[in-house]
Design a protein around this ligand. Sequence first.
Ligand SMILES: [Zn+2]
Length: 459
Amino acid sequence: MRKMVLGMLLVLLCLPFYGTTAGAAGSFKDVSTGHRAYKEISYLAEGEIVSGSLTGYFYPDKIVTRGEAAAMIGRSLNLNGTKRSTQFSDVGSQYFASGYIQSAVEANVLSGYKDGTFKPDKPVNRGEMAVLISKAFKYNFGGTLSGAANALITRGISQGMADGSFGTDKDIIRADFSVFLARAINYKLRLTPVVSYDMERTVTVDSLNVRTGPSTLYPRTGALSRGTKVEVAYAVGSWAFIKSGNIEGLVHSSYLNAPINAGNESILSQKMIVIDPGHGGTDPGAMAYGLEEEDVVLDTALKVKALLAKTPFQYKLTRETDKTLSLNQRVAIAKEANADIFISIHANAFNGSANGTETYYYSAYENPNTADSKLLATKIQNRLLAAWNLYDRGVKHGNFHVIRENTMPAVLAELGFIDNKKDNEKLASAAWRQEAAKAIYWGILDYYKEKGLDVSNLY
Ligand SMILES: [Zn+2]
């Protein structure tokens, strides 16, 4: 009895407020099943990545400190959390997160201050959180706050604030940090639960457990036998999110035949696709039979956008409303967004009898993108022909500003002739425009497939 009391006392003395595992998964007194972060907090608690107080409270609205963030990230990545001395003057070996802080610094996920301190009690703001998660999960974010915010938004890990900003300077509370961390670990919790499985590996043990989270604390969803081929989406520290047949989940990557290059996480999510609906605002484009080109191409572009939104691709439209844009501005938007490909959508007009679909690319000896532009144009043209079955005017060289001046593979598709009765019927129909949007989307996938990316689950 005396021994037990002493033991309890030691536990109370040594364990920090948030370092305990008391408060089992989903049983925090202040996180009801109706709490907006209930699912994510429960998921993390299940793997002891987050924990509550000894008395069973999670304090979801409390601001996260750098020390706590280090511990949560460290547990997610299975870093060595053994308390020990650190390189920082203000983090002693007995500090609850000393091990995680030192490990995270060694793993290049966190850094201290120039004066040799770590400031473990300093609150973490949303911008710092985005950088921390981007570094922990090896996202390609360009080392900037906006790049990190964008990396989280495009993966469906976070949204901006209600005012449209990312709220970079706002302190982050435990509930929100938990939501973002859980989504980074398990893509099924993301706003858009889609990842691409870009890498293939082979199981090298007799039986490899697949789990719902990145540790043996998480339940098993299946087991894979030696030699089984798995597709890998991304790494979570020393674990990997994999798929094999109908089994999906996390495995320890040391039981796969080759390491997971975490920087490879979804190559697709690093590709920015810019869609350019031609004309708009003061420039209606071609007009006939009561139809204006600016409206037809905007609606088609918005439909392409809706399809891209369900993929890991990044995407941007040069305009999403009826507004005036110069040709220069369209090119500037694509360059600014660091577009991987550019697709301008138009409808033709001539003399009423000319008809059909054509797709242009800019061909010049000194243009490094000519071959890829032609490939993209060909893929889109073929899909458009299959979708609308109009006359095939072919894939052609065109000296148009938006495809000539751009610095990435760029094409301009003319869906059909607005002043030709037969073509006009398709351009005027929302249902047919949906088919054209699908064709452009499939053309994009066909292009990336030919470039060697695995887009098979996106068709
Ligand atoms: Zn046009």
